[in-house]
Design a protein around this ligand. Structure first.
Ligand code: WTA
Length: 649
């Protein structure tokens, strides 16, 4: 949760300017009534944004799980994101890429079409068949969306693994997905220095139980990495298939388009499988209605494509709508702290979508950086990933949006495929700090532990009460989907179907939802999810660690920080152990999950029945009132932890 000024919003309303409303894709408030009166039929609006190979018979098949959105329909995502735009805009830029070393590259829709076809032909030749999972382990380079679209073309679901994840994390995901094909690169640059991605991929291949049939390597560093048998150079493959075309494979609306792993309450990452028809319709609809994207726009979603945000709002949504989507490989402060604003000015970006953690960093660096640039091309701003505090909202509005651009604070999750709770920028007033009402057609409620809606202003749990097109396969199929999740969970018996989001929230009189953060054991670091159990199980394997617990702590920029409480085994050296703990997390997950603080304690605080009291650790970490500690078996450790925390800060 955001530490400072943690919501609720101060009730202030900000109207979208008339000039924005006049041009907005959706500016008629009747859209809400239309969805209310004709549900689920009104979801046709989303499906109508796509071209279907076979028209669907029913908007929503199934009265209960399994739900089948756009039943009977067939389509291909690569066709929708590429081929169908050729008639009208073959020479318009589809992808514009800004590399880490200052280089840039663009692909027109025609160039994108050619390379997607050539790589699809290459994948086929390597043996990839419909429904085979292809793992993509690439940083933000154009070959990543090209490979995604090539997979989609031949009906092979992709599984993109964030490039910063470790070899072990890659191996776990390849194994879990039964994936025998890998596309990676020799390396990439991080703050000017090369990271050797291929080494990580090699180590993963050794760890994967079973054969990797083929590995394709994109040459990013230009340093002639030697290739073994079954390893292929991306550029050579594409050249060998120059000019070939591959018919887009018609996929059923419910067929899988991709899977993506995310952290949950369990120790293992969960594979979330998204569908071709429902997901793509939802990506296109929310890009159209919420991000207000038009073909003539340059859209920049700054998330890495390795996360769901990049999948939906860098790749699938913008390309389905035929716009120019911008890819940025670098970091926001390299080479200078005005990098983002320089890129917006140079590319005349219309819509900029980023995370509160980035906005807090921009604020800290100072408004002199954006002030040096002409940002007048911007029409709309967005945020995602964590709650945005009103102060950061207002800074973004004033210094980046010139007090004019509407801001959409979009609440959603890997599981929802696209945004669910936010304002329609051409219709609704904004309230800084509150995400907004559920989108038209989305059923959402804030309920208490018994599943009853809470009164305005009271805290409860956010639940989704109706299916939506962007729902993943498992949720569509399984009635008890939500019930398998965390132990903190409201009763949802009163609903025919409902999904528990694991987020705490309040709702105001106007139905605007303010998010309060996760209520499960997931830590949101800079908008990225990590399960505490996932990190704890890594720590437990470090020799020298007797016991460890991981909780969320405060962090000014990242929103939340990972705090690891470790009790060391007899004779272990604290400094060495701290380094080992860091190395172990880096090796098992990646640098982004490394604890911000490793706090040593003789014992973890435990209840009389021997359970670690995480809630107490969290309170200590935040410096909150500890309340009653009489249930503890070892209350004396609390004082020791407090003094270790003082020493470590
Ligand atoms: C949090 C990212 C407040 C929330 C798309 C959710 C938010 C988790 C917002 C999902 C927002 C996302 N306001 N909190 N606008 N957007 N969250 O799966 O806790 O990486 O459950 O998806 O991020 O994270 P995920």
């Amino acid at each position: 949760m955001v530490g400072e000024e943690r919501v609720p919003s101060d009730g202030e309303r900000v109207e979208p300017p008339a000039s924005f409303v006049a041009q907005a894709n959706v500016s008629d408030g009747c859209v809400r009534a239309e969805f209310a009166d004709n549900w689920p039929g009104a979801w046709e609006r989303a499906a109508d944004l796509l071209d279907w190979e076979t028209e669907y018979d029913t908007v929503l098949g199934g009265d209960g799980p399994p739900f089948r959105w756009f039943e009977g329909g067939e389509l291909n995502a690569s066709y929708n994101c590429v081929d169908r735009h050729l008639d009208e805009r073959k020479n318009q830029v589809a992808l514009t890429w800004e590399g880490r070393l200052g280089e840039s590259r663009t692909y027109s829709y025609l160039e994108l079409y050619r390379e997607v076809n050539e790589f699809a032909a290459a994948l086929r030749e390597l043996g990839v068949e419909e429904d085979d999972v292809v793992t993509l382990y690439l940083p933000v380079v154009p070959e990543l969306p090209i490979a995604m679209l090539a997979c989609a073309r031949i009906g092979a679901p992709h599984s993109v693994v964030f490039a910063g994840f470790s070899a072990d994390a890659l191996a776990t995901r390849m194994e879990a997905a039964d994936s025998e094909y890998l596309v990676t690169c020799d390396g990439y640059y991080r703050r000017g220095a090369p990271v050797h991605q291929k080494n990580k991929a090699d180590n993963a291949a050794i760890a994967v139980d079973g054969d990797v049939e083929a590995t394709v390597v994109v040459d990013r560093l230009g340093d002639d990495t030697p290739l073994a048998e079954n390893e292929y150079d991306y550029c050579e493959l594409v050249t060998a298939h120059r000019g070939e075309t591959v018919e887009p494979v018609p996929r059923d609306a419910s067929d899988q388009l991709f899977l993506i792993y995310t952290s949950g309450t369990t120790g293992e990452p969960t594979g979330v499988r998204h569908t071709t028809g429902g997901y793509l319709s939802y990506a296109a609809w929310t890009s159209h209605a919420v991000l207000d994207i038009e073909p003539a726009d340059t859209h920049w979603c700054s998330a890495d494509i390795g996360w769901i945000t990049g999948h939906t709002y860098t790749v699938y949504g913008p390309l389905a709508l035929g716009t120019t989507t911008m890819l940025y490989e670098g970091t926001p402060d390299h080479p200078e702290k005005d990098r983002v604003w320089e890129l917006i000015e140079r590319n005349a970006v219309d819509v900029f979508y980023t995370a509160p953690t980035a906005i807090r960093a921009f604020m800290k660096w100072g408004e002199e950086h954006p002030e040096r640039h002409d940002l007048s091309s911007l029409r709309l701003l967005g945020t995602v990933g964590e709650p945005i505090n009103p102060r950061a909202w207002k800074w973004y509005h004033e210094h980046i949006g010139n007090g004019e651009c509407p801001i959409v604070d979009t609440w959603w999750q890997t599981e929802t495929g696209g945004t669910m709770v936010t304002t329609l920028p051409g219709v609704d007033d904004m309230k800084p700090g509150a995400a907004g009402p559920p989108l038209p057609g989305v059923g959402a409620a804030v309920v208490d532990a018994r599943g009853n809606p809470v009164e305005p202003g009271e805290t409860g749990y956010l639940v989704l009460t109706e299916p939506w097109p962007g729902m993943p396969v498992s949720m569509a199929e399984n009635e008890g989907w939500f019930a398998e999740r965390s132990s903190v969970r409201p009763s949802l018996d009163g609903y025919d179907w409902a999904y528990f989001t694991e987020d705490g929230a309040t709702v105001d009189e106007d139905g605007y939802v303010t998010l309060l953060g996760r209520v499960d054991d997931v830590i949101n670091v800079s908008g990225h999810r990590f399960g505490t159990m996932e990190i704890e199980s890594v720590l437990a394997d470090v020799a020298g660690v007797a016991e460890a617990a991981v909780v969320s702590g405060p962090h000014d920029l990242k929103g939340e920080a990972v705090y690891a409480y470790v009790s060391a085994a007899e004779g272990a050296d604290a400094d060495e152990l701290r380094a080992q703990v860091t190395d172990a997390v880096e090796a098992a997950i990646g640098p982004i999950a490394v604890p911000d603080a490793v706090v040593f304690t003789p014992e973890l605080p435990k209840t009389r029945s021997g359970k670690v009291m995480r809630r107490l650790l969290e309170a200590v970490t935040h410096g909150d009132d500890l309340g009653d500690t009489s249930a503890l078996r070892n209350p004396e450790v609390v004082g020791e932890i407090e003094s270790s925390l003082d020493r470590s800060s």
